[in-house]
Ligand binder design. Structure first.
Ligand code: PNS
Length: 161
């Protein structure tokens, strides 16, 4: 039986950094579930349906990758989808401090293991929050997100202005 990995996140919006981790996970595991968090309390710019659709389009060419959404606890979703391991990217020591805490909690609460992949140096400064801030203030986000996401960002922010 193959090993299934879960790449979870808010993906508001998906960046080149996220896609790098998903692609690397797809090369090393037999199947990958990309889990998009549906949590209105986070007040995302993009509704969960849009975040899922963008990820589906961007991962279409990747064998064994499937996009799904979840709400509630990650460990419950991991059990439901029968994933073997959670995969997260680590950009920095600051990420490590937070991610280690979450990994330990997920192990405690649901016996779910987490594997960390070091973020490619090209993307270690990248976050969805900063991408949105730059785009909101008229900066150029091409090269940080796929063209599809840049277009959707411009439309979403334009509509809100
Ligand atoms: O892209 P993000 O926002 O860094 O992803 C965070 C995410 C979705 C992985 C995390 O918030 C999460 O797992 N949320 C689900 C709720 C949960 O299980 N909380 C306890 C984690 S210890």
């Amino acid at each position: 039986m193959g090993v299934t990995a879960l790449c979870p996140g808010t993906f508001d919006p998906v960046t080149n950094g996220h896609l790098d981790i998903i692609e690397r996970a797809a090369r090393r595991f037999d199947a990958v579930v990309v889990g998009v968090l549906d949590n209105a309390a986070k007040q995302p710019l993009f509704p969960v349906e849009d975040r899922v659709r963008m990820l589906e389009e961007l991962t279409r060419g990747l064998a064994g990758v499937e996009v799904d959404r979840f709400s509630g606890l990650l460990v419950d979703f991991a059990k439901r989808r029968k994933v073997d391991v959670v995969v997260k990217g680590l950009r920095s020591e600051a990420d490590f401090a937070y991610e280690q805490q979450m990994a330990q909690m997920n192990r405690h609460v649901g016996d779910v293991e987490t594997v960390f992949l070091a973020t490619s140096p090209t993307w270690s400064f990248l976050s969805s929050t900063l991408v949105k801030e730059v785009a909101r203030m008229g900066g150029d986000v091409s090269g940080l997100v796929p063209p599809l996401v840049a277009t959707r960002l411009a439309a979403a922010l334009g509509a809100g202005r």
